[in-house]
Design a protein. Sequence first.
Length: 568
Amino acid sequence: MVQELFIELTFIILLALVTSIIANTLKQPLIIAYILTGVLVTSFFVDFVTFNEITQIFSKIGIAFLLFLVGLNLNPKVIKEIGIVATVTGIGQIIFTSVIGFFISLYLGFSTTEALYISVALTFSSTIIIMKLLSDKDDLDSLYGKISIGFLIVQDLVAILILMFIPLLSEDLGVGILAFNVLKGIFLIILIWVLSLYILPKITKQIAKNQELLFLFSIGWCFFIASLFFYFGFSIEIGALLAGIGLSMSSYKMEIAYKVKPLRDFFIIIFFIILGSQMHLSNIPSILLPAIIFSLFILIGNPLIVMVLMGLLGFTKRNGFLAGLTVAQISEFSLILISLGVSIGHLSQEILSLVTLVGLITITGSTYMIIYADKIYPLISKHLNIFEKKGRLKDNTKIKKSYESVLFGYNRIGFNILKTFDKLKIKYVVIDFDPEVIIDLTKKGKNCIYGDADDIELFNDLNLSKLKIVISTIPKIETNSLIIKEIKRKNPDVVIMVTSHSIDDSLTLYKADADYVIMPHFLGGEYVSKMIERNGVNKKNYLKESRYQIDHLKERIREGHKHPRIEK
């Protein structure tokens, strides 16, 4: 038994390795490879591999660890910082997607219960996949990136609530019993909250002195809370997730996540392989048509919903388009939700196969859409004007004025540049595509225009006749290349300074006729070097520098600025 299991796991992992190499070569998330591994095993190696009870337990552990780590990243501070735009967009997208998806499901002949599950599953997008793709594109700190992550967190929170209460509906319960179960859930949540505030900090402070103990404690806490929830009639999965939330305010959560992640990665592979194994190739013809219809709705309909919502909130069509692409796939939560529905008898295996196929199609399609978004957008931008009707906040009286300088992008770098413009009494205009930034600058009496530097119409509207200097704080080579090209074409004598986080991009921008390329991290090193030359090694000399920086940082906090967390 043990030897057979070992040989089966060896074969499965080697097959997963092969499919993962292919997926990685095709720039696809590895979740696709894991699911396809399961499909291949069931279709071609069914006599050699049998998914027994032990592998099912491995799968359960994988889900528990996945949700535990999701919970670690859902602390109250993150939730507080989501913002009104992400909240409205997230909730709006969930409502519209679920309602439209429900009626599509009914039209395709699914029962009311099946339609409810399917429509809810279609609303969730993968935070993990999107964060990886945005990180690869260096877009996590972009406006659309921050909004996207915000409304994906809103989706995660809604998914948590749904996963928590679905097991309560597994039987025909009376109102009294249902109310009692809800009270049990509230009691357990309060218990975790009290423990996380008053008990866990003291325990982790002592245990963290030994990294192995911290690792063991984290797993023990996850399993204990998951088992406690199971004992009280809830699912193991929701217990593991709330165990993660309980540790999310810990000072050691990063170390815990770092330690637990390899375990999660192994066990979650088994979960997705088993998930794929439940989708037989012979069943695909019967579910192919609804899978294509649902996939088209997610790949096209979901982005359109987000674009409409962001257009109504005052964002440019480009930001709406880019943010919309991040919801063009279903999530791990979608697959877990449907698996849960199957386990409690609400759904058939065919529904699980259907949603899994939709996951394969949408994750594959949306990945390429996001990777090549900057190439797709120029091809369709003229057809997206309808999504910007209420978002174009141009003030033609300002845009036609002549200025000595133009600043593209206010946040972080532009903050200090604007101060210098004011100090030197230089006539300027700030152009930014964040409506909140424009509203804030307008209140302060600054000359500013709502606009997108990727919009070629903007350069046609600007009065460039008396322009002397242009500064772009946007670290995107495509955007800066367009700025250089359009402005130099009309005014070749203007000084253009652009920003880059890459040496290769900087050299490319110089070839494109940039007068100076701002590289923040290198400039930081130069500044520190000059500060050392100026102050030597005398500690007293640095007191003035530190006091100035502390005041400056406090001002930045008041402005709502954040420093990038990851250096690219």
